[in-house]
Design a protein around this ligand. Structure first.
Ligand code: CUA
Length: 361
């Protein structure tokens, strides 16, 4: 009786946990929203049913033998033994071999298919995994953004990916994983995953990996780092925003335009705070350091069109004044292990910096 109570309570707890996951149901590889995710799903379904059938056959036979040949007082003799039965042994060697071969052929074919570089009209994007946020560089368009990967619908997007640490961007510009220096600083392994658009791909220091994603319909697809990479691994999220082709061209044009010039007042004062505090790690196109050189991002996101992004800090926070102020006041208190330190900015400086960042449309 007590055992049954525990079982029922366990099932209720399991249902509650499953229910709590429901709001994230959009992050499901079982609902593919593009051809590359579809290929993985089309492989998963037959393999799943083959595995399910084998499970029920094996467990069914096991249960049958457990019950049929259970210990009984009246039956003292051993049942006939089948050891050395050549026909049986050949049979249970060949059957699993055939089943595994049947699963292996479509699996290997799908692996080759997904690994091939897409041909034709393809958008190239370089993905740099930082601790703990994502950088997206568009080498052909000259755009750098963070945590939001914008793509056109109906077109393959070929991702060239690597993990980087501090100092990476100062060694190569524009950043392409191919020119990766041997020493990449403090980087660790991450994994890129947008369940609705493709399978997962590890993102590794000193090594280049590739992944193709594609979305059929405009929309926002949630992604996240899938490999434990340190304290704030769980907050290393991102979004893929798919536009129709015209909308994507519009986004490209916005991002290529210079950042909005700061209007007088708080934003202008904020530019001073930015130049005095943030340029060791962050860059904004069009701004210069005291020696007249363009700023180069070093470990922190490029903030050129910061205000156009819906989220920041690895998409842990939505871009609101309140979140921004809380973040700038003491980043590690908001996101454990954040490389961005508490600079002890005054209330006035915080207000000015928030106004400045909000002006970066
Ligand atoms: Cu990056 Cu986990």
């Amino acid at each position: 009786m007590r055992r049954r109570t525990i079982l029922v309570l366990g099932l209720v707890a399991l249902a509650a946990v499953a229910g709590a996951c429901a709001p994230n149901a959009t992050q499901s590889a079982l609902e593919p929203k593009g051809p590359y995710a579809q290929k993985g799903f089309d492989l998963f379904v037959p393999v799943f049913w083959v595995a399910t059938a084998i499970f029920f056959i094996v467990e069914g036979v096991l249960l049958f033998f457990i019950i049929r040949y259970r210990h009984r007082k009246a039956r003292a003799t051993m049942p006939p033994q089948v050891h050395g039965n050549t026909k049986l042994e050949i049979g249970w060697t060949i059957l699993p071999t055939l089943i595994l071969a049947g699963v292996a052929v479509p699996t290997v074919a799908t692996i080759w298919d997904l690994a091939a570089e897409p041909q034709g009209e393809v958008l190239q994007v370089t993905v740099l995994a930082h601790q703990w946020w994502w950088e997206f560089d568009y080498p052909d368009q000259g755009i750098i953004t963070a945590n939001e990967l914008h793509i056109p619908t109906g077109q393959p997007v070929y991702l060239t990916m690597c993990a980087v640490g501090l100092g990476y961007e100062q060694q190569i510009a524009p950043s392409t994983c191919q020119d990766q220096p041997a020493a990449v600083g403090d980087s660790v392994i991450h994994s890129f995953w947008v369940p609705e658009l493709a399978g997962t791909q590890d993102v590794i220091p000193s090594r280049t990996t590739y992944l193709t994603i594609q979305a059929d319909e405009p929309g926002t697809y949630e992604g996240q780092c899938k490999e434990f990479c340190g304290l704030s691994h769980a907050y290393m999220k991102f979004k893929v925003v798919a536009h129709d082709p015209a909308g994507f061209d519009g986004w490209i044009a916005e991002q290529q335009a210079p950042a909005a010039p700061s209007p007088p007042g708080d934003p202008e004062a904020g530019a001073g705070v930015f130049l005095g505090t943030c340029t060791g790690c962050h860059a904004i196109a069009g701004l210069e350091d005291p020696n007249g050189n363009p700023l180069i991002a070093n470990g922190g996101p490029d903030l050129t069109h910061f205000a156009s992004r819906d989220c920041f800090a690895g998409c842990m926070l939505a871009t609101t004044d309140e979140n921004l102020r809380r973040w700038l006041e003491n980043p590690p208190a908001v996101k454990a292990g954040s490389w961005m330190p508490d600079y002890g900015l005054s209330d006035q400086e915080l207000d000015q910096l928030v106004a400045f960042l909000n002006a970066l449309e």
